[in-house]
Write a protein that binds this ligand. Structure first.
Ligand code: MN
Length: 196
């Protein structure tokens, strides 16, 4: 049985970037539904014994969609920390920061490329920073429940561009939402994923 992850911060701690109301629905309703659906769909199948990562790489249809959404949201919700604790400048001293400079030229250029990919993604999906087997960083666009794992890449950082992630706070202004999220990224966690 898969369970709903606990958030590593209180519901109101990502305000004003993500409101407590958005977080409450996104985590407590949307993610809970994916967890309930997957648990129902895998009863009596080999997937009952697999990790989310293995399910995402092997399944299709409803099992892939719900497992993918759980894995994606688990990575998404655990990559944030409260605004008051966030030091974007700390990225310079982290392995992920050095890799971003190497592969994108500058942190500002990386952010701009990432926001552009997220804004241009048509419909629902996720924009990702991922690493290939040599540690080279790549930005990918994935539709619906997609995850770069299925392309042999390691997922490091993601922004959810399904409307449920931002509509209550930003309405149709997806680009403004993506631009605001940098203020709550926990770069130590992203760097840990990169060096793991
Ligand atoms: Mn979502």
């Amino acid at each position: 049985m898969f369970t709903l992850i606990q958030l590593p911060y209180a519901l109101d701690k990502l305000e004003p970037i993500i409101s407590a109301q958005t977080l409450s629905f996104h985590h407590g309703k949307h993610l809970q539904t994916y967890v309930d659906n997957l648990n129902r769909l895998i009863v009596g199948t080999d997937y009952e014994q697999m990790s989310l990562e293995d399910i995402v790489c092997k399944a299709n249809g409803g099992i892939f969609n719900n497992a993918g959404q759980i894995l994606n949201h688990n990575l998404y919700f655990t990559q944030f920390k409260e605004v008051s604790q966030n030091q974007e400048s700390e990225i310079d001293n982290l392995a992920i920061g050095k890799a971003i400079i190497r592969d994108f030229g500058s942190y500002d250029n990386f952010k701009s490329e990432f926001e552009k990919a997220g804004t241009a993604l048509f419909g629902s999906g996720w924009v990702w920073l991922a690493a290939d087997k040599d540690g080279k960083l790549i930005i990918t666009q994935e539709t619906n429940a997609g995850n770069p794992l299925t392309k042999g890449l390691r997922p490091l950082l993601t922004m959810d561009v399904w409307e449920h992630a931002y509509y209550l706070d930003y309405q149709n202004r997806r680009a403004a939402h993506l631009q605001a999220l940098w203020a709550i990224i926990n770069w130590q966690e992203v760097s840990r994923r990169y060096t793991a």
